[in-house]
Design a binder for this molecule. Structure first.
Ligand SMILES: Cc1cc2nc3c(=O)[nH]c(=O)nc-3n(C[C@H](O)[C@H](O)[C@H](O)COP(=O)(O)OP(=O)(O)OC[C@H]3O[C@@H](n4cnc5c(N)ncnc54)[C@H](O)[C@@H]3O)c2cc1C
Length: 390
C-alpha cells in the first residue's frame, strides 16, 4: 500500500496537519516516537502558548478550540514592554485594534490533548506511536521509510514535523541555521498578590529577561531567562526560597508570590531550515522555523505552515494532480518563507539588542521604547497583526 502523506512527529503541528488533510480522500500516516499514552494525556510542560486571533480561527476550523477546557484558556488583553529598573512601559492595547483582546493563552498540554482527540476521530489517519524511522529512500514516484523494526512504508509526500532539532530534516540532507542564544528559559506557574489585569509583560531587566503571561485568577506563567547555571540553581531551590527570589526579581511589583506548578527549563536555540521543501518532502512547524519564544510566534507560525501546506496539497488533490510535485511544494515554501523570515530575523535582532547590557545598548533600549510608545500607528499595526482573523 502507498500512503498519500506520511508525517513524522505527532506534536501539535503534525497532529494539526493530519486533521487539516483528513476528510478529502487522502490516506495519511502519522509516525511518533513517544508512546500513545503520552500523546493522549500529555504531561504539563510549563509552556503557555499565546495564540493570535488567526490561530484561534484555524483551531476552530479544525475542531480543536471547542475541546479546550475553559480553565486552560486565559484572555490576553494587553501587553507591555519594560526596560531595566524604569517604571516606563511601552503598551500595546487590544482596543488600539478595536478588539477586546490581543489573543488567548492556552496551556500547550491542552492543545496537544485536543489535537490528539481530534485526530483520533479521523478514520483516514493512521497514528503509529513508539516508532522511529531508520532510513529514508527516494524512489521514482514515492518516498520509502524504513522503520527500526525493518518494516518499509511507502508515501507520495513526506512531512517532517519532528521539532526544531528535526532528525528527519537531517536525514533528508536539509541544513538549518541554528542560533544558540546561550541562555536557558525557566517557566512555571505562580500565584501572586497583585492582579495582572490580563496584561502580558516582557521585561528586559539588566542581566535577566522576565516575562509574565496572565492566566486565570491571580495566577501567571512566569518566564525567566538567564545563563544555564543560574537556572539550574533556581530549579534546585526549595519552593519558599524560589518564591522569595522571584518576588525580588519582579521588584515586588506583583506582591507576594507562590509557586503553583513544576518548574521546566528550555535551552534557547532558534532554527531556520535552509530549504522548507525537497523532492517529495516538506518541513512543518518548528522543523521549518523554530522561533525564540520572546515574540510568542512559534506555534502561531506552526499553524500558518499547516494552513499553507494543507491548502497547497488539497488544491493539487482537487485538480487530480500529484500532490508532491515541485510546483505544489514550491508554492508552500514561497508563502511560508515570506510570512516568517522577516519576523524571525526581527526577533533575533530584538533579543540581541534587548539582552545586551552594555551602556550604549541600555540607552538605546530605553529610547527605543519611548519612541515606539509615541508611534501610535506602529502600536496599532502590532495590535492589528495579532487580532486579524486571517
Ligand atoms: C517556553 C516556550 C514558550 C513558548 N511560547 C509560545 C507562545 O507563546 N506562542 C507560540 O506560538 N509558540 C510558543 N512556543 C513554541 C511552541 O511551543 C512550538 O512552536 C510548538 O510546540 C512546535 O510544535 P511542533 O509540533 O512543530 O514541534 P514539537 O512540539 O517539538 O513536537 C515534535 C514532535 O515530534 C516528535 N518527534 C521528535 N523526533 C522524532 C522522530 N525522530 N521520530 C518521530 N517523532 C519524533 C516529538 O516526540 C514530538 O511529539 C513556546 C516554546 C517554548 C519552549
Amino acid at each position: 500500500m502507498i500512503h498519500d502523506v506520511a508525517i513524522i512527529g505527532a506534536g501539535p503541528a503534525g497532529l494539526c496537519l493530519a486533521r487539516a488533510l483528513s476528510g478529502h480522500g487522502l490516506s495519511i500516516v502519522l509516525l511518533e516516537r513517544q508512546a500513545e499514552a503520552e500523546l493522549a494525556e500529555p504531561a504539563f510542560d510549563g509552556r503557555e502558548i499565546a495564540l493570535t486571533h488567526a490561530s484561534q480561527a484555524l483551531l476552530e476550523k479544525l475542531g480543536l478550540w471547542s475541546r479546550l477546557p475553559a480553565d486552560e484558556v486565559a484572555v490576553l488583553r494587553d501587553a507591555q514592554v519594560l526596560n531595566g529598573p524604569s517604571l516606563f512601559a511601552l503598551k500595546i492595547r487590544a482596543e488600539q485594534a478595536g478588539a477586546e483582546r490581543l489573543g488567548h493563552l492556552v496551556a500547550n498540554r491542552a492543545i496537544r490533548r485536543a489535537a490528539f482527540e481530534a485526530v483520533a476521530e479521523c478514520a483516514d489517519v493512521q497514528l503509529r506511536c513508539a516508532v522511529s524511522v531508520r532510513a529514508i529512500r527516494h524512489a521514482e514516484r514515492e518516498v520509502q521509510l524504513e522503520l527500526a523494526d525493518g518494516e518499509v512504508l511507502h508515501t507520495r509526500l513526506l512531512v517532517a514535523a519532528d521539532s526544531r532539532f528535526s532528525e528527519t530534516r537531517r536525514q533528508l540532507g536539509i541544513g538549518a541555521r541554528l542560533k544558540d542564544f546561550g541562555k536557558t528559559m525557566l517557566v512555571c506557574r505562580m500565584d501572586h498578590e497583585q492582579p495582572h489585569r490580563q496584561t502580558a509583560w516582557e521585561w528586559f531587566g539588566y542581566g535577566q529577561t522576565l516575562a509574565l503571561l496572565p492566566l486565570n485568577g491571580n495566577q501567571s506563567s512566569v518566564v525567566l531567562t538567564l545563563p544555564p547555571r543560574e537556572i539550574e540553581r533556581l530549579r534546585a531551590l526549595d519552593e519558599e526560597a524560589f518564591a522569595r527570589e522571584m518576588e525580588q526579581r519582579f521588584d515586588r511589583r506583583l506582591g507576594a508570590m507562590r509557586l503553583a506548578s513544576a518548574r521546566h527549563a528550555y535551552p534557547l536555540v532558534g532554527a531556520y531550515a535552509e530549504r522548507l521543501v525537497g523532492p517529495r518532502c516538506a518541513l512543518l512547524g518548528d522543523a521549518a522555523v523554530g522561533m525564540h519564544p520572546v515574540t510568542a510566534h512559534g506555534f502561531n507560525f506552526g499553524l500558518g505552515s499547516v494552513q499553507r501546506l494543507a491548502e497547497a496539497v488539497l488544491a493539487a488533490h482537487a485538480r487530480r494532480e500529484d500532490i508532491a510535485v515541485p510546483a505544489v511544494l514550491a508554492r508552500y515554501e514561497r508563502q511560508h518563507r515570506l510570512a516568517t523570515w522577516p519576523l524571525y530575523q526581527a526577533t533575533n535582532l530584538l533579543v540581541d539588542v534587548y539582552t545586551n547590557d552594555r551602556l550604549p545598548a541600555k540607552l538605546l533600549r530605553g529610547a527605543g521604547l519611548r519612541v515606539a510608545q509615541g508611534l501610535l500607528p506602529l502600536k496599532k499595526g502590532i495590535a492589528r497583526h495579532l487580532t486579524a482573523r486571517a
